[in-house]
Design a protein around this ligand. Structure first.
Ligand code: PPS
Length: 312
């Protein structure tokens, strides 16, 4: 029997009233070789057996690659540019996070999705090989966003400091190494971006780049619009560009994660909408870190025609 809808208010109430100690920096456990937070690993069967619906839209990313930005763009497109509708709930309710699991009473991503009416916008950070098979059986449209490794690493480092449910990132120097070895939540950036790159021609996957979106947001939003089978006037496209730019999203409580309690995401440590730039990595990588990173990068990217820009 279908459970009653979980409203945004219900969800906020649950998060705001969790017993002390429920959230802590969850350790990582391997799921088919990929490190995931303990509760996800423990409830993996539910994720693996998740039943997609043919009109689901899957938004897939490595963490911190531009997920929230794409979620806001896709919601704007699905609402045909009637942006008032985007205000109905915060991002994590409008576009639930497939694999996320916390201890009860916090509902899992699967529970929330099962209570979400179609068409659903589903967020995932899963590498291609772990995505539930039903998405491919139903030929679901999927949008993947990739971000260059250096900016992705910096963004993830700051996020791991403020996200109180993920392992402590340690120092930046330690983190750079862990990022390269993939000993962080959701595993290796290399495996992720390459795995999805190889999958894009076998399934209905639109592969997007954060750097392209920064360079020419309108051009990139138009790509997404066409992929989703829509056709808007220039005026509507301009409105969506305006609504989804960094400044607008940083100020939008329905997009900036300010509705999630600080105990979970401590925005005093680092705002969720931090900088939103390309090449911010230059402010953090030392010369020797950069050299070491470049060497490993070359090795790991050998044999793929996937190319990134670390500057625009
Ligand atoms: S998460 O937690 O994985 O869902 O995070 P994700 O949304 O993938 O990534 C967060 C980073 O994306 C930046 N961001 C944006 N950049 C440009 N324009 C817009 N509209 C936008 N919205 C979010 C956000 O600031 C994080 O990047 P950094 O470099 O840390 O600022």
């Amino acid at each position: 029997m279908q459970k009653p809808d979980l409203t945004p208010k219900d969800y906020a109430d649950i998060l705001n009233n969790v017993p002390e100690g429920l959230f802590y920096r969850f350790p990582l456990c391997l799921v088919n070789g990929v490190p995931l937070m303990k509760h996800i690993a423990e409830q993996w069967e539910g994720v693996e057996k998740f039943q997609a619906r043919p009109d689901d839209i899957l938004i897939a990313t490595y963490p911190k690659a531009g997920t929230t930005w794409m979620q806001e763009i896709v919601d704007s497109i699905m609402n045909n540019g009637e942006l008032e509708k985007n205000k109905r709930a915060p991002t994590h309710v409008r576009s639930p996070f497939l694999e996320i699991c916390s201890p009860p009473p916090v509902p899992s991503g699967v529970d929330i999705l099962n209570n979400t009416p179609s068409p659903r916008l589903v967020k995932t950070h899963l590498p291609f090989k772990l995505v539930p098979e039903s998405f491919w059986e139903h030929k679901c449209k999927t949008i993947y966003v990739a971000r260059n490794a250096k900016d992705n690493a910096v963004s993830y480092y700051f996020f791991d400091r403020m996200n109180k449910t993920q392992p402590d990132p340690g120092t930046w120097d330690q983190y750079v190494e862990r990022f390269l070895t993939g000993e962080i939540a959701w595993g290796s950036w290399f495996d992720h971006v390459i795995g999805w790159w190889n999958a894009k021609d076998k399934h209905d996957v639109l592969y997007m780049f954060y750097e392209d979106m920064k360079e020419d947001p309108k051009r990139e939003i138009r790509k997404v619009m066409k992929f989703l089978g829509k056709n808007f006037s220039e005026e509507v496209l301009d409105k969506i560009c305006q609504h989804t730019n960094f400044k607008a999203m940083k100020e939008n409580p329905m997009a900036n994660y300010s509705t999630v309690p600080n105990m979970l995401l401590d925005q005093n440590l680092s705002p969720f909408m931090r900088k939103g730039e390309v090449a911010d990595w230059m402010n953090y990588f030392t010369e020797s870190q950069n050299k070491m990173f470049n060497m490993e990068y070359e090795k790991r990217m050998k044999g793929t025609d996937l190319k990134f820009r670390t500057n625009i």
